[in-house]
Design a protein around this ligand. Structure first.
Ligand code: ADP
Length: 368
Protein backbone atom coordinates (compact mmCIF):
# COMPACT_ATOMS: atom_id res chain seq x y z
CA UNK A 1 0.00 0.00 0.00
CA UNK A 2 1.26 3.48 -0.90
CA UNK A 3 -0.46 6.12 1.23
CA UNK A 4 -0.96 9.78 0.42
CA UNK A 5 2.66 10.86 0.76
CA UNK A 6 3.56 8.03 -1.63
CA UNK A 7 5.84 6.28 0.85
CA UNK A 8 5.64 2.54 1.33
CA UNK A 9 4.04 1.33 4.56
CA UNK A 10 5.99 -0.95 6.87
CA UNK A 11 4.27 -2.91 9.60
CA UNK A 12 6.56 -3.36 12.61
CA UNK A 13 5.80 -5.95 15.28
CA UNK A 14 8.03 -5.70 18.33
CA UNK A 15 7.11 -6.13 21.99
CA UNK A 16 10.12 -4.36 23.49
CA UNK A 17 9.08 -0.74 23.68
CA UNK A 18 12.68 0.45 23.47
CA UNK A 19 13.27 -1.49 20.20
CA UNK A 20 9.90 -0.50 18.83
CA UNK A 21 10.62 3.20 19.29
CA UNK A 22 14.15 2.90 18.03
CA UNK A 23 13.07 1.09 14.83
CA UNK A 24 10.08 3.37 14.29
CA UNK A 25 12.36 6.42 14.42
CA UNK A 26 14.90 4.80 12.13
CA UNK A 27 12.39 3.71 9.49
CA UNK A 28 10.21 6.82 9.62
CA UNK A 29 12.91 8.79 7.81
CA UNK A 30 12.12 6.75 4.65
CA UNK A 31 8.82 4.98 5.14
CA UNK A 32 5.44 5.19 6.78
CA UNK A 33 5.56 2.96 9.82
CA UNK A 34 2.76 1.31 11.76
CA UNK A 35 4.03 -0.34 14.93
CA UNK A 36 2.40 -2.78 17.31
CA UNK A 37 3.59 -5.02 20.13
CA UNK A 38 1.00 -7.71 19.57
CA UNK A 39 0.78 -10.55 16.99
CA UNK A 40 -3.02 -10.68 16.82
CA UNK A 41 -3.25 -6.93 16.32
CA UNK A 42 -0.48 -7.18 13.70
CA UNK A 43 -2.47 -9.70 11.67
CA UNK A 44 -5.55 -7.49 11.78
CA UNK A 45 -3.49 -4.47 10.65
CA UNK A 46 -1.84 -6.50 7.90
CA UNK A 47 -5.24 -7.34 6.43
CA UNK A 48 -6.64 -3.86 6.92
CA UNK A 49 -3.64 -1.85 5.70
CA UNK A 50 -2.00 -4.29 3.28
CA UNK A 51 1.53 -3.07 4.11
CA UNK A 52 4.42 -3.29 1.66
CA UNK A 53 6.64 -5.10 4.16
CA UNK A 54 6.37 -6.67 7.61
CA UNK A 55 9.16 -6.75 10.19
CA UNK A 56 8.42 -8.93 13.18
CA UNK A 57 10.24 -10.07 16.24
CA UNK A 58 10.06 -13.86 16.63
CA UNK A 59 9.37 -13.84 20.34
CA UNK A 60 6.11 -12.08 21.15
CA UNK A 61 3.50 -12.65 23.84
CA UNK A 62 0.57 -14.75 22.54
CA UNK A 63 0.82 -15.20 18.77
CA UNK A 64 4.56 -15.18 18.07
CA UNK A 65 6.36 -13.99 14.93
CA UNK A 66 6.36 -17.47 13.34
CA UNK A 67 2.60 -17.89 13.89
CA UNK A 68 2.04 -14.44 12.41
CA UNK A 69 4.15 -15.40 9.40
CA UNK A 70 2.07 -18.57 8.83
CA UNK A 71 -1.16 -16.58 9.09
CA UNK A 72 0.04 -13.91 6.65
CA UNK A 73 1.20 -16.51 4.12
CA UNK A 74 -2.19 -18.22 4.25
CA UNK A 75 -4.16 -15.04 3.51
CA UNK A 76 -4.24 -14.65 -0.28
CA UNK A 77 -4.31 -10.83 -0.51
CA UNK A 78 -1.24 -10.38 1.70
CA UNK A 79 0.45 -13.75 1.19
CA UNK A 80 3.32 -12.34 -0.86
CA UNK A 81 4.23 -9.40 1.39
CA UNK A 82 7.95 -9.52 2.26
CA UNK A 83 8.43 -10.69 5.83
CA UNK A 84 11.62 -10.03 7.80
CA UNK A 85 12.11 -11.77 11.13
CA UNK A 86 14.07 -10.27 14.01
CA UNK A 87 15.74 -12.66 16.39
CA UNK A 88 18.35 -12.99 19.08
CA UNK A 89 21.55 -14.86 18.32
CA UNK A 90 20.58 -17.67 20.67
CA UNK A 91 17.47 -18.62 18.73
CA UNK A 92 18.84 -20.12 15.53
CA UNK A 93 16.30 -22.93 15.51
CA UNK A 94 13.41 -20.43 15.17
CA UNK A 95 15.20 -18.64 12.33
CA UNK A 96 15.51 -21.88 10.37
CA UNK A 97 11.84 -22.62 11.05
CA UNK A 98 10.93 -19.10 9.94
CA UNK A 99 12.80 -19.41 6.66
CA UNK A 100 11.13 -22.78 6.04
CA UNK A 101 7.73 -21.20 6.71
CA UNK A 102 8.37 -18.58 4.06
CA UNK A 103 10.15 -15.65 5.74
CA UNK A 104 12.05 -13.64 3.15
CA UNK A 105 14.89 -12.69 5.45
CA UNK A 106 16.01 -12.32 9.05
CA UNK A 107 18.18 -10.03 11.14
CA UNK A 108 19.96 -10.83 14.38
CA UNK A 109 19.83 -8.46 17.29
CA UNK A 110 21.44 -6.11 17.99
CA UNK A 111 20.13 -4.61 14.80
CA UNK A 112 22.53 -2.65 12.61
CA UNK A 113 20.68 0.17 10.91
CA UNK A 114 22.48 0.14 7.50
CA UNK A 115 21.97 -3.63 7.21
CA UNK A 116 18.28 -3.39 8.02
CA UNK A 117 17.70 -0.50 5.60
CA UNK A 118 19.54 -2.31 2.80
CA UNK A 119 17.46 -5.45 3.31
CA UNK A 120 14.22 -3.49 3.35
CA UNK A 121 15.15 -1.70 0.12
CA UNK A 122 15.94 -4.96 -1.68
CA UNK A 123 12.77 -6.70 -0.56
CA UNK A 124 10.59 -3.73 -1.45
CA UNK A 125 12.03 -3.73 -4.95
CA UNK A 126 11.37 -7.46 -5.34
CA UNK A 127 7.87 -7.04 -3.98
CA UNK A 128 7.13 -4.39 -6.53
CA UNK A 129 7.37 -7.07 -9.26
CA UNK A 130 5.60 -9.75 -7.24
CA UNK A 131 2.72 -7.37 -6.56
CA UNK A 132 2.26 -6.74 -10.28
CA UNK A 133 2.10 -10.51 -10.86
CA UNK A 134 -0.45 -10.92 -8.10
CA UNK A 135 -2.60 -8.05 -9.41
CA UNK A 136 -2.60 -9.64 -12.88
CA UNK A 137 -3.53 -13.03 -11.40
CA UNK A 138 -6.38 -11.53 -9.39
CA UNK A 139 -7.66 -9.60 -12.41
CA UNK A 140 -7.59 -12.72 -14.61
CA UNK A 141 -9.46 -14.66 -11.94
CA UNK A 142 -12.04 -11.88 -11.61
CA UNK A 143 -12.61 -11.84 -15.38
CA UNK A 144 -12.94 -15.60 -15.42
CA UNK A 145 -15.49 -15.54 -12.61
CA UNK A 146 -17.49 -12.83 -14.34
CA UNK A 147 -17.56 -14.90 -17.54
CA UNK A 148 -18.69 -17.96 -15.57
CA UNK A 149 -21.45 -15.99 -13.83
CA UNK A 150 -22.63 -14.65 -17.14
CA UNK A 151 -22.61 -18.11 -18.66
CA UNK A 152 -24.64 -19.58 -15.78
CA UNK A 153 -27.08 -16.69 -16.05
CA UNK A 154 -27.58 -17.28 -19.78
CA UNK A 155 -27.77 -21.07 -19.41
CA UNK A 156 -30.45 -20.90 -16.71
CA UNK A 157 -32.40 -18.26 -18.60
CA UNK A 158 -32.35 -20.29 -21.82
CA UNK A 159 -33.42 -23.47 -20.03
CA UNK A 160 -36.13 -21.72 -18.04
CA UNK A 161 -38.14 -20.68 -21.11
CA UNK A 162 -38.79 -24.19 -22.55
CA UNK A 163 -39.12 -25.62 -19.04
CA UNK A 164 -41.92 -23.17 -18.20
CA UNK A 165 -43.75 -23.97 -21.46
CA UNK A 166 -43.35 -27.69 -20.86
CA UNK A 167 -44.77 -27.31 -17.36
CA UNK A 168 -47.73 -25.38 -18.81
CA UNK A 169 -48.54 -28.06 -21.43
CA UNK A 170 -48.19 -30.83 -18.83
CA UNK A 171 -50.68 -29.05 -16.58
CA UNK A 172 -53.11 -28.78 -19.50
CA UNK A 173 -52.67 -32.50 -20.20
CA UNK A 174 -53.21 -33.29 -16.54
CA UNK A 175 -56.71 -31.78 -16.62
CA UNK A 176 -59.22 -34.64 -15.98
CA UNK A 177 -61.83 -32.73 -18.04
CA UNK A 178 -59.64 -32.84 -21.15
CA UNK A 179 -61.49 -35.25 -23.39
CA UNK A 180 -60.70 -33.86 -26.82
CA UNK A 181 -58.19 -36.30 -28.33
CA UNK A 182 -57.01 -33.85 -30.95
CA UNK A 183 -56.28 -31.20 -28.34
CA UNK A 184 -54.48 -33.76 -26.21
CA UNK A 185 -52.37 -34.72 -29.21
CA UNK A 186 -51.60 -31.05 -29.81
CA UNK A 187 -50.35 -30.56 -26.20
CA UNK A 188 -48.21 -33.69 -26.44
CA UNK A 189 -46.63 -32.41 -29.65
CA UNK A 190 -45.96 -29.00 -28.06
CA UNK A 191 -44.39 -30.69 -25.02
CA UNK A 192 -42.15 -32.75 -27.27
CA UNK A 193 -41.08 -29.58 -29.12
CA UNK A 194 -40.04 -28.00 -25.83
CA UNK A 195 -38.17 -31.16 -24.84
CA UNK A 196 -36.32 -30.98 -28.15
CA UNK A 197 -35.29 -27.38 -27.46
CA UNK A 198 -34.01 -28.39 -24.04
CA UNK A 199 -32.13 -31.37 -25.43
CA UNK A 200 -30.42 -29.11 -27.97
CA UNK A 201 -29.43 -26.66 -25.26
CA UNK A 202 -28.02 -29.41 -23.06
CA UNK A 203 -26.12 -30.87 -26.05
CA UNK A 204 -24.70 -27.42 -26.66
CA UNK A 205 -23.58 -27.19 -23.05
CA UNK A 206 -21.95 -30.61 -23.26
CA UNK A 207 -20.11 -29.56 -26.40
CA UNK A 208 -18.82 -26.44 -24.71
CA UNK A 209 -17.47 -28.44 -21.77
CA UNK A 210 -16.02 -31.03 -24.13
CA UNK A 211 -14.33 -28.27 -26.08
CA UNK A 212 -12.71 -26.95 -22.92
CA UNK A 213 -11.54 -30.39 -21.79
CA UNK A 214 -10.26 -31.38 -25.19
CA UNK A 215 -8.50 -28.06 -25.65
CA UNK A 216 -5.08 -29.24 -24.56
CA UNK A 217 -5.42 -32.88 -25.50
CA UNK A 218 -5.97 -32.98 -29.20
CA UNK A 219 -3.09 -33.55 -31.67
CA UNK A 220 -2.74 -32.00 -35.11
CA UNK A 221 -2.76 -34.30 -38.14
CA UNK A 222 -2.88 -34.01 -41.92
CA UNK A 223 -6.44 -33.73 -43.23
CA UNK A 224 -7.78 -33.74 -46.80
CA UNK A 225 -10.39 -31.14 -46.24
CA UNK A 226 -13.10 -32.05 -48.78
CA UNK A 227 -13.18 -35.71 -47.67
CA UNK A 228 -13.18 -34.61 -44.06
CA UNK A 229 -16.18 -32.30 -44.56
CA UNK A 230 -18.06 -34.90 -46.63
CA UNK A 231 -17.67 -37.28 -43.67
CA UNK A 232 -19.10 -34.68 -41.30
CA UNK A 233 -22.02 -33.93 -43.63
CA UNK A 234 -22.87 -37.64 -43.90
CA UNK A 235 -22.86 -37.91 -40.13
CA UNK A 236 -24.96 -34.79 -39.60
CA UNK A 237 -27.53 -35.22 -42.37
CA UNK A 238 -29.47 -37.88 -40.40
CA UNK A 239 -30.13 -35.27 -37.66
CA UNK A 240 -31.98 -33.03 -40.07
CA UNK A 241 -35.30 -33.95 -41.58
CA UNK A 242 -36.13 -30.67 -43.32
CA UNK A 243 -32.71 -29.50 -44.45
CA UNK A 244 -30.61 -30.79 -47.29
CA UNK A 245 -26.83 -30.47 -46.73
CA UNK A 246 -24.67 -30.34 -49.84
CA UNK A 247 -21.00 -29.77 -50.66
CA UNK A 248 -19.09 -28.27 -53.55
CA UNK A 249 -15.40 -28.85 -52.94
CA UNK A 250 -12.05 -28.54 -54.66
CA UNK A 251 -10.29 -31.88 -54.14
CA UNK A 252 -6.77 -32.46 -52.87
CA UNK A 253 -6.56 -29.54 -50.41
CA UNK A 254 -4.60 -30.70 -47.36
CA UNK A 255 -4.30 -28.89 -44.07
CA UNK A 256 -2.68 -29.66 -40.75
CA UNK A 257 -5.33 -29.45 -38.06
CA UNK A 258 -6.83 -30.92 -34.95
CA UNK A 259 -9.62 -33.19 -36.31
CA UNK A 260 -11.72 -32.78 -33.17
CA UNK A 261 -11.62 -28.99 -33.30
CA UNK A 262 -12.06 -28.69 -37.05
CA UNK A 263 -15.14 -30.89 -36.80
CA UNK A 264 -16.43 -28.61 -34.03
CA UNK A 265 -16.09 -25.55 -36.26
CA UNK A 266 -17.71 -27.12 -39.32
CA UNK A 267 -20.43 -28.76 -37.20
CA UNK A 268 -21.15 -25.42 -35.53
CA UNK A 269 -21.39 -23.50 -38.79
CA UNK A 270 -23.70 -26.16 -40.23
CA UNK A 271 -25.93 -26.46 -37.17
CA UNK A 272 -26.27 -22.64 -37.06
CA UNK A 273 -27.12 -22.57 -40.77
CA UNK A 274 -29.89 -25.11 -40.10
CA UNK A 275 -31.04 -23.48 -36.87
CA UNK A 276 -31.26 -19.99 -38.35
CA UNK A 277 -33.02 -21.02 -41.55
CA UNK A 278 -36.32 -22.48 -40.38
CA UNK A 279 -38.11 -21.69 -43.64
CA UNK A 280 -35.48 -22.82 -46.12
CA UNK A 281 -34.07 -26.26 -46.73
CA UNK A 282 -30.77 -25.49 -48.44
CA UNK A 283 -27.43 -25.49 -46.66
CA UNK A 284 -24.37 -25.64 -48.84
CA UNK A 285 -20.68 -26.00 -47.95
CA UNK A 286 -18.14 -24.66 -50.45
CA UNK A 287 -14.43 -25.49 -50.19
CA UNK A 288 -11.77 -23.80 -52.34
CA UNK A 289 -8.15 -22.81 -52.52
CA UNK A 290 -8.14 -19.03 -52.01
CA UNK A 291 -4.88 -18.65 -53.93
CA UNK A 292 -2.99 -17.17 -50.96
CA UNK A 293 -1.93 -20.44 -49.34
CA UNK A 294 -5.20 -21.08 -47.51
CA UNK A 295 -8.12 -23.45 -47.84
CA UNK A 296 -11.34 -21.44 -47.58
CA UNK A 297 -14.51 -23.05 -46.26
CA UNK A 298 -17.90 -21.36 -46.54
CA UNK A 299 -21.25 -22.53 -45.13
CA UNK A 300 -24.15 -20.81 -46.89
CA UNK A 301 -27.79 -20.71 -45.94
CA UNK A 302 -30.91 -18.91 -47.12
CA UNK A 303 -32.17 -18.25 -43.64
CA UNK A 304 -33.16 -15.27 -41.51
CA UNK A 305 -29.91 -13.38 -42.17
CA UNK A 306 -28.27 -10.84 -39.88
CA UNK A 307 -28.63 -7.04 -39.87
CA UNK A 308 -25.50 -5.38 -41.27
CA UNK A 309 -24.54 -3.51 -38.08
CA UNK A 310 -24.52 -6.75 -36.05
CA UNK A 311 -22.22 -8.78 -38.28
CA UNK A 312 -18.99 -7.47 -36.73
CA UNK A 313 -19.99 -8.78 -33.27
CA UNK A 314 -20.96 -12.33 -34.21
CA UNK A 315 -17.70 -13.99 -33.12
CA UNK A 316 -17.63 -12.26 -29.72
CA UNK A 317 -18.23 -14.22 -26.55
CA UNK A 318 -21.93 -14.43 -25.57
CA UNK A 319 -23.04 -12.26 -28.49
CA UNK A 320 -26.48 -13.11 -29.95
CA UNK A 321 -27.80 -11.08 -32.86
CA UNK A 322 -31.43 -11.87 -32.10
CA UNK A 323 -31.65 -13.25 -28.58
CA UNK A 324 -35.43 -13.64 -28.50
CA UNK A 325 -36.57 -15.86 -31.37
CA UNK A 326 -34.18 -18.82 -31.35
CA UNK A 327 -32.44 -20.08 -28.22
CA UNK A 328 -28.68 -20.43 -27.77
CA UNK A 329 -25.71 -19.41 -25.60
CA UNK A 330 -23.83 -17.13 -27.97
CA UNK A 331 -20.65 -19.18 -27.53
CA UNK A 332 -20.49 -21.38 -30.63
CA UNK A 333 -19.01 -18.82 -33.02
CA UNK A 334 -16.66 -17.50 -30.34
CA UNK A 335 -15.22 -21.00 -29.93
CA UNK A 336 -14.99 -21.39 -33.71
CA UNK A 337 -12.99 -18.16 -33.95
CA UNK A 338 -10.66 -19.26 -31.13
CA UNK A 339 -10.05 -22.63 -32.76
CA UNK A 340 -9.38 -21.15 -36.19
CA UNK A 341 -7.07 -18.53 -34.68
CA UNK A 342 -5.08 -21.38 -33.06
CA UNK A 343 -4.78 -22.95 -36.52
CA UNK A 344 -3.43 -19.75 -38.09
CA UNK A 345 -6.61 -18.93 -39.99
CA UNK A 346 -9.41 -16.36 -39.95
CA UNK A 347 -13.20 -16.37 -39.50
CA UNK A 348 -15.80 -13.96 -40.87
CA UNK A 349 -19.40 -13.75 -42.04
CA UNK A 350 -21.37 -12.12 -44.81
CA UNK A 351 -25.11 -11.78 -44.57
CA UNK A 352 -28.19 -10.04 -45.89
CA UNK A 353 -31.05 -9.62 -43.47
CA UNK A 354 -34.01 -11.75 -44.50
CA UNK A 355 -32.04 -13.32 -47.36
CA UNK A 356 -29.36 -15.57 -45.88
CA UNK A 357 -25.85 -15.82 -44.50
CA UNK A 358 -22.43 -17.18 -45.41
CA UNK A 359 -19.98 -18.08 -42.67
CA UNK A 360 -16.33 -18.45 -43.67
CA UNK A 361 -13.05 -19.67 -42.27
CA UNK A 362 -9.60 -20.16 -43.70
CA UNK A 363 -6.87 -22.54 -42.66
CA UNK A 364 -3.27 -22.71 -44.00
CA UNK A 365 -2.68 -25.30 -46.73
CA UNK A 366 0.09 -27.86 -46.26
CA UNK A 367 1.91 -29.01 -49.39
CA UNK A 368 2.92 -32.62 -50.06
P1 ADP B 1 -25.95 -19.24 -30.49
O1 ADP B 1 -26.44 -19.81 -31.79
O2 ADP B 1 -25.85 -20.24 -29.41
O3 ADP B 1 -26.68 -18.01 -30.10
P2 ADP B 1 -23.43 -18.63 -31.86
O4 ADP B 1 -22.17 -18.09 -31.26
O5 ADP B 1 -23.35 -19.91 -32.61
O6 ADP B 1 -24.45 -18.73 -30.66
O7 ADP B 1 -24.00 -17.51 -32.81
C1 ADP B 1 -24.05 -16.17 -32.36
C2 ADP B 1 -25.19 -15.44 -33.01
O8 ADP B 1 -24.95 -15.30 -34.40
C3 ADP B 1 -26.51 -16.17 -32.93
O9 ADP B 1 -27.18 -15.89 -31.73
C4 ADP B 1 -27.26 -15.63 -34.15
O10 ADP B 1 -27.88 -14.42 -33.82
C5 ADP B 1 -26.15 -15.35 -35.13
N1 ADP B 1 -26.00 -16.43 -36.15
C6 ADP B 1 -25.09 -17.43 -36.17
N2 ADP B 1 -25.21 -18.18 -37.28
C7 ADP B 1 -26.22 -17.64 -37.99
C8 ADP B 1 -26.83 -17.95 -39.25
N3 ADP B 1 -26.41 -18.97 -40.01
N4 ADP B 1 -27.85 -17.15 -39.66
C9 ADP B 1 -28.28 -16.10 -38.93
N5 ADP B 1 -27.76 -15.76 -37.74
C10 ADP B 1 -26.73 -16.51 -37.27
Amino acid sequence: MKPVNNRELILLVEDSSYMRHYLTDLLSAHYNVRATENGTEAFRLAIELSPSLIISDIILPGINGLDLLTMVRSQREIAKVPFILLSSRTDEESIVKGLETGADDYLLKPIRAPQLLAKIKTHLELYHFRRKELENELQAEKNNNEQKDRFIEIASHELKTPLTSLYGYMQLLDDPDLTDDQLRQFYVKKSLDQLKVMTNLVNNLTNITKFQLQHVLDDFSRIEISEFIEGIINKLQSNYVFHQLSIEAEKGLSVKASPFHLEQVIGNYISNAVKYSPDSEVVKVVVRNNGNGFAEVCVKDRGIGIPKEKIKNLFKRFYRADPIKISGFGLGLYHCAEIIKNHGGRTWAESAYGVGSSFYFTIPLKEG
